[in-house]
Write a protein of this length. Sequence first.
Length: 269
Amino acid sequence: MTATRLATKYVEKPWGRTNLPESFPEGGGRQIGEVWFDGPDGRHPPLLVKYIFTSERLSIQVHPDDAQGQARGLPGGKSECWLILDAEPGATLGMGTLKPLDDDALRAASLDGSIERLMDWKPVKAGDFFYIPAGTVHAIGAGVTLVEVQQNVDITYRLYDYGRPRELHLDDGVAVSVAAPYNRAPLNIAAFDHEMLLERDQAPFALRLESWSAGQQDALGQAGMCWFIPLTGHGTIDGAPWAAGECWLIEGESRLTVADPCRALVASC
């Protein structure tokens, strides 16, 4: 049995924040947009877990699917999911377009900025969960804190970036986009203690929500890999201390003990 606490990597972004939650004390007043949990020891497991903190809208972007990514020399594509941990009043996520756009219309809208008005900006609140399949045109809005679980392929095609001086990727982005309304119903986990959020027949990975009471013990992991992402609480795993704001990679089966009430995401692939 092997449980490894993944290293915390702070990533500065122009749309990030200087005031991070207490679980992330090492931001140092920098403009931190993302906290990554990758590895260990130079390895890149098939999933990547991130926390994202926004003060401005992220670029309108898209990711390729597995076949498209492999055709471009990548190990695969990038589907992802978001769990909203906190949202300021009026916070939104852009998911899909208000109407279908063909390639020419998508390119033109990206060039003249009208894509910003054509995005479906959905209001969000804490507890909302969304799956974003590869090909979905999307953007995270301002004032949001979320945890993201994604395929571990660092590939993003920017279609529009609000005039920021960063590279766009219109040829590749338009080629892999499904510019259409996002028709997946949102799920809010606030009232759930245990819930399967994603099944393997829906996505390239599975994700479930788990809750434990103080004093509980449980087994985590079996064959393959799983990721333990505690949102609240603390305890031990195989005798080592864990706390909210961390991410653990489990290979095999590990023993979890819970010192105070815990809610966690558990991902597997």
